[in-house]
Design a protein around this ligand. Structure first.
Ligand SMILES: C[N+](C)(C)CCCC[C@H](N)C(=O)O
Ligand SMILES: O=C(O)CCC(=O)C(=O)O
Ligand SMILES: [Fe+2]
Length: 421
């Protein structure tokens, strides 16, 4: 059953990925059943754009600005922006949606050059600006990517010569902050230079763009290979590429690393763009991409060391995509912390392992690995929903400090600076 549904979804996915204008697979209106409702196009010519509309039994159809849009009547009533339905100061809905008749239809429709007027059965009038409708319709919306990104492998990232932002300009100017955030949003990693190598300065940097997300590891964390916690991060061992806190229901959005000291060898940081690798899987084996985005997995953190007693569980697929445009927004990849798989039957398990292998092969291609040696003064911000990190084994004394940030608040800062996020 599930198998069939998956292959159906897969062909749908391929359709969606072809790009261009995609219409939902709605049944074609049956014109006979629409009688006595007169179905014909009503035309209006505005200054430059032609507009036409048609009232159907179960939806309203509008052609404007080269877009054919279909609107549900309840949706139209629900999105009334009149003063009694919507508070434009707070941008909040006042209308009680549950009070709308689910079979509602307009009593009268009128159109002028810029605006559509609906009169509802109770006499209430809703005005829709045509451009607002284009911007907010499903058809106008779903082709837009939420987050523009540049997917990278080592060569692409190095050739882009992304400039590091200076600490002072980051802290004291909006241009510096904006430049930093723009790079961070595009590549999923960004560096700040000339930071005094202390935990306090690292914290100041973090607070400039977001709220620090306090977790079981604390607010700001500071660690050496002292085995103080029950996790291999607190050793000198190499760590393969992974994302952190996969065992949270919402994995931490951003990770900040500042190496305050290292007297020894090795310990380079590995960065891999998980979205680049996922894109390769999508190109080469779309059904495997689909499976990785559908099969829910558990990740788990069990700790019982000293005073630290924790048991965390997070559930979700490896690849998390927006259902309406298939845009990837979160990768959960940590083979160390992946828990027992008991959420899928054996045949799907096998196909999942195959898909996971394909993704792993992409993630491990040497050309996708970007290695950096973190050093005092250079702070690295990693999008933990996109870019995997790892580390080479090391010798000697190494101190790393940093923190996690809440993703919403980083995006909030970016939007306030005028960036698309
Ligand atoms: C040391 N630091 C606090 C950064 C994180 C340690 C978390 C390590 C864990 N295995 C994970 O991947 O989530
Ligand atoms: O030691 C490092 O460079 C990073 C270790 C790690 O993966 C982590 O702390 O999340
Ligand atoms: Fe980590």
């Amino acid at each position: 059953m599930w198998y069939h549904r998956l292959s159906h979804l897969q062909s749908r996915l391929q359709d969606l990925l072809k790009g261009g204008v995609i219409y939902p697979a709605l049944p074609q209106p049956n014109f006979k059943s629409l009688l006595p409702l007169a179905v014909h196009w009503h035309h209006t010519v505005s200054k430059s754009l032609t507009c036409a509309w048609q009232q159907h039994e179960d939806h309203f159809e509008l052609k404007y600005a080269d877009t054919v849009m279909r609107f549900d009547y309840v949706w139209l009533r629900d999105h009334c922006r009149s003063a009694s339905c919507y508070n434009s100061k707070t941008h909040q809905r006042s209308l009680d949606t549950a009070s709308v008749d689910l079979c509602i239809k307009p009593k009268n429709i009128r159109l002028d050059e810029t605006t559509l007027f609906f009169t509802w059965p109770d006499g209430h009038v809703t005005k829709y600006d045509l451009n607002w409708l284009v911007k907010n319709s499903y058809e106008g919306q779903k082709q837009k990517v939420i987050q523009p990104r540049i997917l990278w492998n080592a060569e692409i990232y190095q050739q882009a010569q992304v400039p590091y932002v200076d600490c002072q300009s980051f802290l004291e100017t909006n241009e510096g902050l904006k430049k930093f955030l723009q790079n961070f949003l595009l590549y999923g990693i960004a560096f700040v230079e000339n930071v005094p190598p202390t935990q306090e300065h690292t914290e100041k940097l973090a607070e400039r763009i977001s709220l620090i997300r306090e977790t079981i590891y604390g607010r700001m964390w500071y660690f050496t290979s002292d085995f103080s916690r029950g996790d291999t991060a607190y050793t000198k061992l190499a760590l393969d590429r992974h994302t952190d806190t996969t065992y949270f229901q919402e994995p931490c959005g951003i990770q900040v690393f500042h190496c305050l000291k290292h007297e020894g060898t090795g310990g380079r940081t590995l960065l891999v763009d998980g979205f680049y690798a996922a894109e390769q899987v999508l190109q080469k084996a779309p059904e495997e991409f689909e499976l990785l985005s559908k099969v829910p997995l558990k990740h788990e953190y069990i700790e019982d060391v000293g005073e630290c007693h924790n048991h965390m569980i997070g559930v979700g697929p490896v690849l998390n995509i927006y259902p309406w445009n298939k845009e990837l927004y979160l990768i959960r990849y940590n083979n160390y912390d992946r828990a027992v798989i008991n959420t899928v039957p054996y045949d799907v398990v096998h196909r999942w392992y195959t898909a996971h292998r394909t993704l792993t092969i992409e993630l491990r291609r040497p050309e996708n690995e970007f290695w950096v040696k973190l050093k005092p003064g250079r702070v690295l911000f990693i999008d933990n929903w996109r870019v995997l990190h790892g580390r080479e084994c090391f010798t000697g004394y190494r101190q790393l400090c940093g923190c996690y940030l809440t993703r919403d608040d980083v995006l909030n800062t970016a939007r306030l600076l005028g960036l698309q996020a």
